[in-house]
Write a protein that binds this ligand. Structure first.
Ligand code: NAD
Length: 377
């Protein structure tokens, strides 16, 4: 596990996924076997690795990636390094014959992301990319509604993602995201960060993304970094996009912003409108309104509206229990590696995410609609 001293590596992948799986006694495969993952932590800084060992150990760790890759007893390479460092390490791992699982974006350009896929495919190793949003309870519930035909014909989707990220200019309100997120030269960009997610969310829920129009912007030109020093924001902090999705041309409007205040059910909300009903999915909950329950509003601003539009929606699947989204996908990947169970969330799907970010950015800069070309499997 390389990059495991980072925010995602420690919290989501090591503690809440791999160690949680070990605490539960491992993952059961369909043919009745148990997989017990034994992580080896890889990093630059021995002190940080020792600290993880002390807190969660005993854990094996090393600062020598090449030695770990040369160890034939270790079948899987996992990568949650900073994005720009990922391709070189993934290439090495594939060359060493390891199965590869990694964070998104898989690379900083779609050419490089696709090249990683082609390498893994040609080497015959198994590969996967983190697509955690697919296992958010709210989106699992939404997918179940779609598969069950709840919506009739899906017409459109309106998505709102975002919250206010403090600018760091007041000590009492420190920024809750790292400063590199706002520096293009360090790989920052809300558009790149979120379009990698939106690609697999839309592809899996509504059908393949066909085209995109987009306006990105940097609403706040200066922020203060972790040390309180002002810096110029060179990366976008909001992206307003429209996508055409699937064979029926579902229209998806998606606002993504780190400069907005929340008055909605959750930090991510997708409203899906269909001929037979609508749903509003957040991170955990999903609410529906059927055609039969749909109110008949009449436009009359001269009197208070008699309809409370927040009423008339029902929560679905309230008693189901859900795993941490990262852990749920880890279990599937481990079963894919050990028991050959299906795992469609491959490096090709990861490359599609990077591609959508690239085409979205191009559409913004050229101020026009662009089609999203197919990537050959
Ligand atoms: N799936 C998601 O929802 C999600 C959310 C946030 C971040 N991410 C992705 O996860 C990855 C890591 O993000 P993070 O927020 O954990 O970042 P982070 O900065 O906390 O961690 C980065 C890791 O890379 C290591 N690293 C950085 N520079 C290095 C160098 N020169 N040599 C060796 N190691 C180096 C760090 O030590 C650390 O372990 C990024 O690619 C990011 O896009 C995914």
């Amino acid at each position: 596990m390389n990059g495991v001293t980072g925010r995602m590596g420690t919290n989501q992948h090591l503690v809440r996924s791999i160690l949680a799986i070990r605490d539960e006694g491992g993952v059961r495969t369909a043919d009745g076997r148990t997989i017990l993952p034994e992580p080896v932590l890889v990093g630059r800084n021995p002190e940080k690795l020792k600290a993880l060992d002390a807190e969660y150990g005993p854990l094996r760790w090393t600062t020598d990636l090449d030695a770990a890759l040369a160890d034939a007893s270790l079948p899987v390479y996992f990568d949650s390094l900073s994005t720009s460092l990922r391709p070189a390490c993934v290439r090495k791992a594939i060359a060493a014959g390891k199965h590869v699982y990694c964070e998104k974006p898989t690379a900083t350009t779609s050419d490089e992301a696709y090249a990683l896929y082609a390498l893994a495919r040609d080497a015959g190793v198994k590969h996967g990319v983190v697509q955690d949003k697919l296992w958010l309870p709210g989106l699992v519930k939404l997918k179940r509604l779609i598969d069950g035909g709840f919506f009739g014909r899906i017409l459109s989707v309106r998505g709102e993602f975002g919250y206010w990220v403090f600018t760091g200019d007041a000590p009492a309100r420190p920024p809750q995201r790292p400063s590199w997120n706002y520096r293009a030269e360090e790989g920052g960009s809300l558009l790149v960060d979120m379009f990698c997610h939106w690609r697999y969310v839309f592809d899996n829920l509504f059908g393949p993304v066909r085209s995109v129009a987009c306006l990105g912007t940097t609403h706040i030109p200066e922020r203060c970094d972790e040390a309180g020093r002002p810096y110029a924001c060179t990366a976008d902090d909001a992206a307003y996009a429209i996508f055409e999705v699937g064979d029926d041309g579902v229209v998806v409007q998606m606002n993504s912003s780190w400069c907005t205040r929340v008055r909605r059910d959750d930090l991510l909300v997708l409203q899906v409108d269909g001929t037979q009903g609508s749903a509003v999915a957040g991170l955990r909950d999903c609410r529906i309104q059927t055609l039969a329950d749909t109110p008949r509003p009449v436009w009359n601003p001269d009197v208070p509206n008699p309809v409370d539009f927040w009423e008339g929606w029902d929560l679905v699947d309230t008693d189901a229990a859900y795993e941490n989204a990262f852990k749920a996908q880890w279990e599937l990947f481990l079963r894919h590696v050990a028991a050959d169970e299906p795992f469609p969330w491959t490096l090709l799907e990861g490359a599609k995410g990077v591609q959508l970010a690239e085409v979205g950015r191009q559409a913004w800069h050229e101020r026009r609609w662009l089609d999203v070309p197919d990537l050959a499997p």
